[in-house]
Design a protein. Structure first.
Length: 146
């Protein structure tokens, strides 16, 4: 399944690269970012958090370092972008979809720190619940007041 890992690498490069770029652009001219996005009702503090979050999540996805955790952060930011733009920014929608794919599949093997499992593995092979330990449970009810 070498093709699967190459496709995941391409998705990571595209999603991580674009999100990182968006965060760097915001950080390079924060005054313009605040001016442009304040009509949406976003405060300067929120915009700083979003810009820094985009850079960190984008780098995590791009490099394959805790990809699923980074993709969760990216998905949250992109879901906010889709919400605040009314779904009119197709790039935010595509980045949200790419982030969701990476949350489900994991980073693939071409990553700095590949995830040992993916949500796909958890869904396909759920671990059985271990039997309770300790005192065995009786099938007959006990009532100390009788």
């Amino acid at each position: 399944m070498k093709t699967k890992h190459i496709l995941l690498l391409i998705i990571r490069i595209l999603v991580g690269g674009l999100i990182t770029y968006a965060g760097i652009v915001k950080l390079m001219d924060m005054d313009a970012t605040i001016t442009a996005m304040s009509p949406m009702g976003l405060s300067a503090t929120v915009l700083w958090i979003v810009a820094i979050g985009e850079v960190l999540a984008g780098l995590g996805v791009l490099l394959g370092v805790y990809t699923q955790i980074a993709a969760v952060g990216a998905a949250i930011i992109m879901a906010g972008a889709v919400y605040y733009t009314g779904g009119k920014m197709m790039d935010a929608i595509f980045l949200l979809i790419g982030s969701l794919i990476l949350i489900y599949t994991g980073s693939g093997k071409y990553a700095i720190k590949p995830c040992p499992c993916s949500m796909k593995d958890v869904v396909a092979n759920p671990t059985p619940t271990p039997a309770p330990t300790g005192t065995p449970v009786s099938s007959t009810p006990t009532n100390p007041q009788v």
